[in-house]
Design a protein around this ligand. Structure first.
Ligand code: SF4
Ligand code: SF4
Length: 433
């Protein structure tokens, strides 16, 4: 990663904004980057996104204890100092907060009790806002009013659409709402199109999000296309397995858990947090795929036998989501009250996911019991929870990390390849990393 080792002030303006244009010192085997502007407001901007302690002594203990920081990648100390120095470009270029998996080892060992793990969480929120082109992401991640207001507005739109559908399409009078069970299959064709629209909008915002991350991180150095193709496997592996989290030695501590056989190692080496997170992500992806492509098979008034694949798939995916989100919520609630994750609504995403799973289970139970009217209302509540979650949390909230983490590792791998080739092209010594 490009590290501005020395800063040489070259100019200042009268207003004191962007007061210096330091020259970024480069290593012999690295291309010369243009001078970077200093952003005096960077620290206060970052602090709007959560806890960030700038009293770091620069002792480097956190980087030494962090097993995921190796070679040139020296977070969290480096990331903290980039913010203190106002080097926004280098912070965006580095992507290091995405390589951290929030194990907390650095916080335990920090002699200044600066809680560097919390600073890294805050930086991830800040970067997520920077990647979002609409400006909504930054607002949602800084302000509870915006966050909950947007979730509430989308939920209100969902309720309104359901009411309007029943009045104008199903031709029910308002009085019939409390008395007329009519099953749900009549809704599913419309729900399918609505689902596609919601998913397509979220996917579009996320695609632009990834593009902006690319622009900030490596577009300036323009690695050749062949490096992107050669490292495509890195992107796939990290997106599918979250291997970086599994690499954290802290993950390997603790007693074995159910599902240890999924991990190719001894029972003692089962990384519990990784396993729960991976299964939760798997359950969520299964549900997203099923609702996007197989909704009419999955959502039906017909009650299949217990062993039917439709029911088994739903039970297994729901169990994975419930297990992962419950563990996530419990761990976050145990954090100190001044922790950034307690302050900034970071419980919202796992809570919405948990509520989506629970409301889906209640809906299913009401269907099995033959309580059609209750199932109808349970379905409305289920949609009013899961649609805002997908429409707000995926493109604008913390859920964007599902593409930010693998993309950061991918871009870092591409950059490493390009760096390794530079000495050959320039006739210089190989990189010492
Ligand atoms: S251990 Fe604490 S004081 Fe030392 S560099 Fe890291 S954050 Fe700063
Ligand atoms: S929380 Fe863990 S992974 Fe993240 S910087 Fe600290 S020690 Fe490294």
């Amino acid at each position: 990663m490009s590290l501005p080792a020395t800063l040489v002030p070259t100019r200042s303006d009268a207003a004191g904004q962007d007061r210096a244009a330091p020259e970024v010192a480069t290593r012999p085997n690295r291309p010369t980057l243009p001078p970077e502007r200093v952003h005096p407001d960077l620290l206060s901007e970052v602090r709007q996104h959560g806890k960030f302690d700038a009293s770091c002594l620069n002792c480097g203990g956190c980087s030494v204890v962090c097993d995921l920081a190796a070679g040139d990648v020296t977070f969290p100390r480096r990331s903290i100092h980039l913010v203190v120095l106002g080097l926004k470009g280098a912070l965006l270029d580095g992507m290091e907060p995405w390589l951290c998996h929030d194990c907390g080892d650095c916080t335990v060992t920090c002699p200044r009790q600066a809680d560097p793990a919390a600073s890294m969480r805050t930086l991830r929120r800040y970067l997520t806002g920077q990647y979002d082109w609409t400006g909504l992401g930054s607002r949602v991640l800084r302000s509870r009013a915006w966050h909950f207001g947007l979730l509430g507005a989308v939920a209100a739109v969902v309720f309104a659409l359901l009411v309007l559908y029943h009045i104008y399409w199903a031709e029910l009078s308002l009085g019939d709402f409390a008395t007329t069970p009519m099953g749900m299959e009549h809704m599913f064709p419309k729900i399918l199109y609505f689902t596609w629209i919601v998913y397509a909008l979220a996917a579009f915002v996320l695609l632009v999000h990834g593009w902006r991350m690319y622009r900030f991180a490596i577009a300036r150095s323009r690695p050749p296309l062949r490096h992107f193709i050669a490292e495509a496997r890195t992107l796939f592996v990290h997106a599918a397995t979250q291997a970086q989290m599994r690499n954290c030695p802290t993950e390997a501590r603790g007693a074995p858990v159910v599902g240890w056989w999924l991990y190719a190692g001894s029972a003692e080496a089962v990384p519990r947090r990784w396993l729960k997170h991976w299964l939760m992500a798997l359950g969520t992806v299964v549900m997203l795929v099923v609702t996007a492509f197989f909704l009419r098979w999955f959502q039906t008034d017909a009650v299949h036998p217990f062993y039917h694949p439709q029911r088994l798939l739903g039970y297994v995916a729901s169990a994975f989501i419930l297990w992962g989100t419950t563990d996530h919520l419990v761990r976050r609630m145990r954090r100190p009250k001044d922790s950034a994750t307690r302050e900034r609504g970071a419980l919202t995403l796992p809570l919405l996911l948990w509520l989506t799973a629970v409301s889906g289970i209640v809906l299913h139970a009401l269907r099995l019991l033959g309580l059609e009217l209750g199932a109808h209302y349970a379905y409305a509540v289920h949609l009013a929870i899961c649609v805002p979650m997908v429409a707000v949390e995926v493109p604008f909230g913390e859920w964007a990390h599902m593409i930010d983490r693998p993309l950061a590792l991918y871009f870092e791998a591409v950059r490493e390849r390009a760096r390794a080739e530079l000495p050959v092209e320039a006739g210089l010594e190989p990189a010492q990393t």
